[in-house]
Every structure is written in C-alpha cells, then in structure tokens.
Design a protein around this ligand. Structure first.
Ligand code: HEM
Length: 307
C-alpha cells in the first residue's frame, strides 16, 4: 500500500537542536571556493540586539517543543491529520466539520451575547434592543448567532442525510449514528429554547405553540410540556428555565457528545461512498497451487481501498 507523504515541517516550528544541519552547499561559501581567511576577516561578534532577535525567532519553536514534550500532542495530531480516508471522499464529507464550525460560532457569539443579555421577562427585550442599537458590533454578533442557529440546523440535517445515503449508519458505526441522533435532538432543543429569549410577542407565542406541541407526544408528552413551561402559564420561570437549558445544560451535553462522535469517527474511519466498490476478499490459495509456486489471486483483502 503506498505510504502517505508527510509534508516537510517548516524550520520555524522545529526546535534548533532537532533541525537538520544545512547542507554545506546551501548558503555560506559558494561551492568550490575555499573559506575566507579567518585572520584577515574574523566573523563579526553578535550584538546584544542580534542575540535577542535570534532568541525571539526561536521562541515559537521552543514553546511548541515545551508543550509537546509534556503532552505528546504532536504524535496524536499527526495520526489524526494524516489518517487514511477512503477513495471517493468528496465535498459531502465536509458537512460534519461544517456543522462543528457552526456550533463553535454559536458558542463564541453566545458568550458575548450572554455578557449583555438579562433573562428577565421585564428586561430581556430591552437588553436585546440595547445589544442591537448601542453595543459596538452588537447587531453583528446577534445577527451571526441568530442566522447561525438556522444554518446549524440545516447543516446537521444535510450531514445526517449524507451519512444515511452513504450507509454510514451500518455496522460498525451504529453507535455513532445513535450519538448523532441525540446530537440532532439537542441541536433542535438549542434552537427551540433560544427562540424564547428575546421575549417579544413572536417568540412568546411561538414558544407557547412549541410547548403545546410537545404536550401532544405519547406518554412523556404532558410531563415534558409541564417541565418546559415550569408552571401553569409561560412566564418568568419558563424564561429562566429556557435560558439555563440553552446556555448551560444542552451546550455541555453537545460538547461531550461531539467529543465521543469524533473519537468514533477517527477510530472507525469514514465510510466509502456507495459507488466505490470494495476490493474482493483474498481467497487462500490451495496448498497444491502453493506447492506448484502459484501465489494467491491478487484480489486484495476486502477492505475499501484508501487514497
Ligand atoms: C452537532 C452535530 C454534529 C456534528 C458536529 C457532527 C460532526 C461529524 C464529523 C466532523 C464527522 C466526520 C466527517 C463527516 O463524515 O462529515 C461525522 C461523521 C459522522 N456523523 Fe456526525 N455530526 C453531528 C451530527 C450527526 C447526526 C445528526 C448524525 C446522524 C443521525 C451523525 C452521524 C454521523 C455518522 C454515522 C458519521 C460517520 C460517517 C462515516 O462513517 O462516513 N452526525 N460527524
């Protein structure tokens, strides 16, 4: 099987003691010429500034080496970034990472919004108006969070579609599919609980409708809607509860589950597209053929061919 070429690591990030010495012909004296007489032109002494500049140039590599010696992170990262992927891997395989990116954007913008938002029925709307009209870049960050939520829901569905149509839910990836289903529910929960937070007419009545729809579910439905409403009417406790679910409970669960999801993706590898045919299993050659000097049938080992 051909080896994956690992690109050369730039000298800037390799600590000086591990760097390969430059070839005599590279730089310095041109090839074929004798070195200059050291007596007539001695090498200039490094000034203090030059020494500091050299040390500063080495600093990034030194910091990376310090961290790497204590964590062994470079081995893990190399294994992760240079792992094999099946032949036929295409742009549809980026939908999972796109969903992950959308989640990170939501988490970062959400932290900034939480700095200015007040989860109170009397002040929530005013705090959002303050973010939009007065806080520098407030409207931009709020807009990213609002549009990003829809984008994340769309991406998670597209990603699920990709994994479904490529048969990635089958053995041995069933558990990752189940984790994915929980992630889908949690993503929808984020969108639902976030919608109430501005506490304007639209978000209020949409949440009433949403909670009532939950109440129609079999067996657990009524309990679920009672839990969400946190009382006979949608009010202050509902808002606090939605806020806690939206910014603490569900993001924590999503982060933990994405960790498990990606661990399984790296461990099991990704599924080849359905149109890439697996190599046929290698059939053991009969002993008689081996004796006669005929070896195997050369059809590979049945695994999906990798790039
Ligand atoms: C927050 C939501 C999610 C994130 C961040 C996420 C992230 C990812 C990433 C980065 C990959 C590897 C690259 C790729 O195949 O696209 C992946 C693979 C996978 N995901 Fe997700 N995912 C999420 C939700 C889901 C959902 C809703 C399902 C299905 C119900 C799902 C099922 C799978 C499966 C089965 C694989 C393995 C794909 C394969 O073997 O080819 N994921 N996910």
């Amino acid at each position: 099987m051909p080896k994956i070429p690992i690109p050369k690591i730039p000298d800037k990030v390799v600590p000086a003691p591990l760097r390969k010495p430059a070839k005599p012909s590279a730089g310095g004296e041109p090839k074929g010429q004798a070195p200059q007489d050291l007596k007539t032109s001695p090498p200039e002494r490094q000034t203090h500034v030059q020494k500091l500049t050299d040390q500063a140039k080495e600093a990034p590599a030194d910091v990376l080496a310090w961290v790497d010696q204590r964590t062994g992170a470079s081995g893990f990262l190399t294994g992760m970034l240079y792992r094999k992927v099946p032949k036929g891997t295409n742009w549809f395989y980026t939908l999972g990472s796109a969903t992950l990116f959308a989640f990170i954007v939501q988490a970062v913008t959400g932290v900034f919004l939480a700095m200015f938002y007040t989860p109170s029925t009397t002040q929530a709307y005013a705090s959002i108006a303050h973010i939009n009209n007065e806080v520098p870049l407030g409207a931009f960050v709020h807009g990213m969070h609002k549009w990003g939520s829809s984008l994340m829901v769309i991406l998670v569905f597209l990603h699920m579609g990709r994994t479904f149509f490529f048969g990635a839910y089958k053995y041995p990836r069933e558990l990752n599919w189940v984790i994915g289903v929980v992630l889908l529910i949690l993503t929808m929960t984020m969108a639902f609980t976030g919608y109430l937070l501005p506490f304007d007419q639209r978000s209020f009545w949409a949440s009433v409708v949403g909670i009532n729809i939950n109440g129609t579910g079999p067996v657990v439905g009524p309990y679920l809607s009672d839990f969400l409403r946190a009382g006979p009417e949608l009010g202050a406790t509902t808002l606090s509860r939605f806020y806690a679910i939206h910014m603490l409970l569900v993001p924590g669960a999503i982060i933990a589950l994405i960790g498990a999801h990606l661990y399984l993706v790296v461990k099991l590898g990704t599924t080849a597209p359905p149109w890439v045919r697996a190599e046929r299993p290698k059939v053991a050659a009969p002993v008689a053929q081996l004796d006669a000097g005929v070896e195997g049938n050369g059809r590979g080992n049945g695994a999906a061919p990798t790039r």
